[in-house]
Design a binder for this molecule. Sequence first.
Ligand SMILES: *[C@@H]1O[C@H](CO)[C@@H](O)[C@H](O)[C@H]1NC(C)=O
Ligand SMILES: *[C@@H]1O[C@H](CO)[C@@H](O)[C@H](O)[C@H]1NC(C)=O
Ligand SMILES: *[C@@H]1O[C@H](CO)[C@@H](O)[C@H](O)[C@H]1NC(C)=O
Length: 472
Amino acid sequence: MRLLPSLGICLALGGAWLKAVEAKSATGDRVLVLVPTTEAAKQYTHFLGTLETRGFDVSVRAASNSSVALHLDGERLYDHAVLLSPAAKKFGSDLTAHNFIQFVSDGGNLLVAASSELSDFHRKLGAQFGVEFEKRGSRAIDHVSHLSENDSDDHSVFAAHRFFGVPAVLPSTFGGKDPGTVLYKGIAHKYEAKNPLLVPVLVGSTTTYSGNVAMGGDSDNKALSPMDTPLSGKALGLVSVFQTRSNARVAFSGSTELFSDSLMKKRGSSNTQFVAEVSKWVLQEKSVLRETGHRHHLLSTGEKPEYYRIGNEMVYEIDLSVYHDDAWHPYVANDVQFEAIMLDPYVRLTLNHTLSTDSKSPLATYRGDIKLPDRYGTFTFRVNYKRTGYSNVDVKDTVAIWPLRHDEYPRFLTAAYPYYTSSFVMIIGFLALSTAWLWNAEPRAKANVKDEGKTKTKPKPKQSATSKPKSN
Ligand SMILES: *[C@@H]1O[C@H](CO)[C@@H](O)[C@H](O)[C@H]1NC(C)=O
Ligand SMILES: *[C@@H]1O[C@H](CO)[C@@H](O)[C@H](O)[C@H]1NC(C)=O
Ligand SMILES: *[C@@H]1O[C@H](CO)[C@@H](O)[C@H](O)[C@H]1NC(C)=O
């Protein structure tokens, strides 16, 4: 009797495991999609359909449905949330912007689409991530690349084609030689350009500006003070993405229409590809980086010692993989750096990568042959790899570096050879001089006596010889 429930648990766990393997996202497959009404979800059949074919378990709920919750007993109920309900002031029973931020802090990913009718909720949420939406009722407008054949139209549906070069988010085919065209209708936002975690993906062209459509032509005629200069060009954000330090991902789009079937179907529209790329990034289906192992040991013995001595030659290795297209692949880059830090980095060098001979291996191994500094103390060996669009990798090891024992110092130093030579030269010189002096002492003494005798006799004729010309 006891067997049956445990068998059931086994099956359930097995099922969950199988599902986790099937999922294309590296972090989970449960997606919550919040729409104004379940009817409204029909505008997004294509987008929601692709999520399902990509292996997600999609739950579409009305924003006002009071049974919608993000957490249960402190655990996340979903891995990803997609907000397609810009006008909603309240989500679920009583979900505030704070709950969604908590969701992101817990590792959930968030895709937020807004529109000209956006609520304060969205404004607050955006502000937390450095995204400042324009005034309610305003729209991004482009009088050059608009779609309408009718000039009296408001030109708020336009083709955006200025992409930011973030290959980890958008492949280089976007914004390359043959730029894609994303059809856009919605509100613009200001993005914090100095925020390293926030990256604009799609921005306004030189002819795009943010204007108030509700006021019609009046707003254009009104004299604008320099402070009121409307947001325009590159500073005008349309779609921006944010990655937290804990690798959760958030995307903000000022347009819900971007995800709609109607704009995806229009001729010349790259919305399908654009939405696919951005959503794959947000839902952790690509550019997910991870460290699968790291080790360090002495170069000479190949063993990992309890502690290193100053100046030891050591080897540091780290394995990195990147996730995309449903599998882990070796991550190959030329800018992975190692640091040995004690308050300041004492060693910082770029590691060399080698690929495994097994072509199926998802690992790229980075290796560095490192000479430890001539400084003892507690060091941190660190690989802190942060690149735009990729998950952060930060690996730390605390290692003790000891000074040499008294008998471990080298007997002779190459640098000191001139000094060794000079002392030997001194000794030899001293010996040579002493010998020469000692050996020559007696004959010199005799010579001196002879000289004395000579000087007594010789100077007299000399003096007379020299005095003679004077007297003459
Ligand atoms: C509200 O959500 C629950 C699941 O959380 C679902 O069963 C129910 O049908 C939804 N109600 C409406 C009106 O959509
Ligand atoms: C242009 O707009 C006017 C006024 O809104 C409308 O009457 C006309 O049918 C529109 N023309 C086209 C080609 O859409
Ligand atoms: C990387 O490889 C080059 C060439 O083999 C070598 O000179 C260099 O020292 C290596 N760098 C590290 C950090 O080991």
